[in-house]
Design a protein around this ligand. Structure first.
Ligand code: UD2
Length: 319
């Protein structure tokens, strides 16, 4: 059934792909974003679709979000707005509290007041901290190591509690290492794939922190967007928490080699000291998302990297 869905953080990396996917499936989409970190250019495709409307305001503006939800009567809110940088949450825990917990409460309240049937939330593998036994399963008790992870864990509980008390469905999506088109490589804290790709396309050596033996579970943003749409629209879902991951572990050294192959980069890879606090291994168990959402990744890492390298215009070589 085609419905109206509100997406917060619509102009962000995951948000814009989620809007695109909803529109492809024929839903009406209202994207909300204050453009503080999201970019209007990310919504170029969506904006050409008559089913898309954009609302540019800060979710904390008094009464604005609630009024929008009241007018739109959405079948679901997909709440993706937040502070995306783990390092920024350590530098500024107050900002993290406001953007990664207060906003969640505001969205939960709007869902309660306007009887929205479903809320989908952008949670993170960061809630697991450095749990040593892999793959990571959803029933592990959260042990976040940063304000970012703690706010994500608290937001999950806040939403699930509101959902139980007031009778809506809350779906918490624990994203692993998401990558793909529109991920901004400019910040030193952006995803490793965006950074490596940017450097290799400018004929600059990527820098691997540590020995490169650390592993991550990389998931393509197009798959994440599809998982968000399933969480928002699949009939009969109860509240729950799922990993959004591939279930595959990739060593950083292998990632660098695969990206070199995809870009034709022939230069050396540089190594630097390991990042303090860097998690050694991370891999999620994708089983529960398969059971509950009918979700499995469609993109292999190799195909997604090749498509990404192909679609990204090489940057002008930097000195
Ligand atoms: C990811 C998430 C973060 C949080 C965390 C939870 C991203 C971008 N970040 O952090 O939001 O959920 O997981 O555990 O998905 N690296 C290099 N060279 C570089 C950049 C990175 O070697 O130029 C290494 C880095 O030290 C790490 C790996 O690449 O070992 C992945 O780094 P990342 O920043 O992409 O993501 P991660 O796992 O630290």
């Amino acid at each position: 059934m085609k419905t109206t869905i509100i997406v917060t953080g619509a102009a962000g990396f995951i948000g814009s792909h989620t809007c695109d996917r909803l529109l492809v499936e024929g839903h009406r989409v209202i994207g909300v974003d204050d453009l503080s970190s999201g970019r209007a250019a990310n919504l170029e495709d969506a904006s050409r679709d008559p089913g898309f409307a954009f609302e540019g305001f800060d979710l904390r503006a008094p009464g604005r979000f609630s009024a929008l939800v009241e007018a739109a009567r959405p079948a679901a809110i997909i709440h993706l707005a937040g502070l995306v940088s783990v390092q920024a949450s350590i530098r500024d825990p107050r900002l993290n509290f406001s953007l990664n917990l207060e906003l969640t409460h505001l969205v939960a309240e709007a869902a309660r007041e306007q009887a929205v049937p479903r809320v989908v939330f952008a949670s993170s593998a960061a809630i697991y901290g450095d749990f040593p036994h892999l793959p990571l399963r959803e029933d592990i008790a959260p042990q976040p190591l940063t304000p970012y992870g703690a706010a994500k864990a608290a937001s999950e509980q806040l939403l699930l509690g509101h959902a139980r008390t007031y009778g809506f469905v809350a779906r918490c999506q624990r994203y692993f290492n998401v990558f793909g088109p529109r991920q901004d490589p400019a910040s030193p804290y952006s995803g490793v794939i965006a950074i490596f790709l940017d450097r290799m396309q400018a004929a600059r050596s990527p820098v691997i922190y540590g020995d490169g033996g650390q592993t991550r579970d990389f998931v393509a943003v197009q798959d994440v967007a599809r998982a968000n749409v399933l969480a928002a629209t699949r009939p009969g879902l109860a509240s729950g928490v799922v990993n959004i991951c591939s279930g595959r572990s990739t060593r950083l050294n292998d990632l660098a080699a695969a990206l070199a192959a995809a870009t034709g980069f022939g230069g050396p890879v540089t190594h630097a000291g390991a990042k303090p606090g860097d998690i050694r291994h991370s891999a999620g168990d994708p089983g529960r998302a398969r059971e509950q959402l009918g979700f499995a990744c469609e993109w292999s890492l190799a195909d997604a990297l090749a498509a990404l390298a192909h679609s990204t215009r090489p940057a002008v070589a930097k000195s």
